[in-house]
Design a protein around this ligand. Structure first.
Ligand code: NAD
Length: 368
């Protein structure tokens, strides 16, 4: 199959969907790989390194998009909609519950769109979401700690506290909603900096397992609205890390709840890619990463891993490569017949939104 790798164009997106080593593997398996010039540069991969792997380098986006299978990192941006078509297989992060317009375009253009985040094993795991969630959890804490500083490089000064305790000055309190891949990595990073961490989770089995395993600075509790709201006055850093696969993030926080938090505290909503957990959340970009609502600094970056492309690209492409090869080897019909995990990843096909949770989430939102 002919596989295209366009350069990412989302704001400050520096990752690339395939490494030169990955290109070599696909080419050895009999596929052709077409990479847009400089697509890998920010991840540490020159055009030459792709050429040496046997890939073709093209200068224009439409040449990369013109292949049978296009592999990307982020969802197509509006100016990329013109490249979508009925004989295209698109394999990328999509998060369609948060992008009804894109869902409508993919459906109308009859594109077969496979979303990394809904590729799901028989055991219910989301293998392609995991590495970027691990990165995002850690970046969220690094950013959160810096936004809490009085001098933080934005127009909005933070409370001015350090993550760890010094003398009688207490450690920062981080409250994290969701103890999955993002939540656990954020908890580990925050506790590693010396913060007090409270993790709220709704899955009883997961809570029991974590209560046996976690670091002494981390308290794992069952999520309830009352418990969550009671923590807000003492919360310096709030991190949204929930997921219900394919669905809009659960809306857990209203404007009046936020008023319980102190001025200059920080809210990083990692779940923004699924629409966010608060009515005050709207996606930000690295150009303007934060805004303030009710005195609380909000950071809602949908592409946190883009800040560390050298780590993120490696972690992502190692995991996606075998799945990319399966799509290229099998084609859409083969995926549907013989690869259940990838088949669960298909969001749109032949003019329909076919992923059940995505379809349910979008039932009132997609323009018909
Ligand atoms: N912004 C970014 O750059 C970025 C990067 C990676 C992942 N994400 C997003 O982060 C979110 C979390 O991803 P993940 O990989 O950790 O998912 P995950 O499935 O590993 O974990 C999510 C956890 O949330 C829990 N949960 C769901 N509803 C809850 C509720 N009401 N209260 C408490 N817990 C609840 C689930 O039980 C689960 O344990 C997803 O929306 C994902 O798309 C964002």
């Amino acid at each position: 199959m002919r596989i295209g790798i366009p350069k990412e164009i989302k704001n400050h997106e520096h990752r690339v969907a395939l490494s030169p080593a990955g290109a070599a593997v696909l080419i050895a398996a009999g596929h052709q790989v077409v990479v847009q010039s400089e697509a890998g540069l920010d991840s540490g991969y020159s055009d030459d390194s792709y050429l040496r792997a046997g890939a073709e380098i093209v200068t224009d986006a439409w040449q990369a998009w013109g292949q049978e299978l296009v592999v990307k990192v982020k969802e197509p941006q509006q100016i990329e909609y013109e490249y979508l078509r009925g004989d295209l297989i698109l394999f990328t992060f999509l998060h369609l519950a948060a992008f009804p317009e894109l869902a409508g375009v993919l459906r109308d253009k009859k594109t077969c769109a496979i979303a990394y985040e809904t590729v799901q094993t028989d055991a219910g795991l989301l293998p392609l979401l995991k590495p970027m969630s691990e990165v995002a959890g850690r970046v969220a804490v690094q950013l959160g700690a810096s936004f809490l500083q009085k001098e933080n490089g934005t127009a909005f000064p933070g409370k001015g506290c350090l993550p760890c305790a010094i003398g009688t000055a207490p450690a920062m309190h981080a409250v994290i909603l969701g103890a999955g891949n993002v939540g656990m990595n954020a908890a580990d990073a925050a506790a590693g900096l010396g913060a007090r961490v409270t993790l709220l989770e709704r899955d009883e089995k997961r809570i029991k397992q974590l209560q046996r395993e976690t670091h002494k600075n981390i308290t794992v509790m069952h999520f309830s609205h009352d418990c969550f709201y009671s923590l807000l006055p003492d919360c310096d850093l709030l991190i949204g890390a929930t997921l219900i696969p394919g669905k809009h993030a659960p809306e857990l926080l209203g404007r009046s709840d936020l008023r319980q938090m102190q001025n200059g505290s920080v809210f990083i909503d990692v779940s923004i890619d699924q629409g966010g957990i608060s009515e005050t959340c709207r996606a930000t970009s690295y150009d303007e990463p934060v805004y303030v609502e009710e005195g609380v600094i909000h950071c809602c970056l949908p592409n946190l891993p883009a800040a560390v492309p050298q780590t993120s690209t490696r972690a992502l492409t190692e995991i996606t490569l075998p799945y990319i090869q399966s799509v290229a080897d099998l084609g859409v019909d083969g995926v549907i017949k013989s690869h259940p995990a990838l088949q669960r990843g298909i969001n749109t096909l032949a003019g329909e939104i076919i992923h059940p949770a995505v379809a349910a989430s979008l039932s009132n939102k997609v323009i018909r």
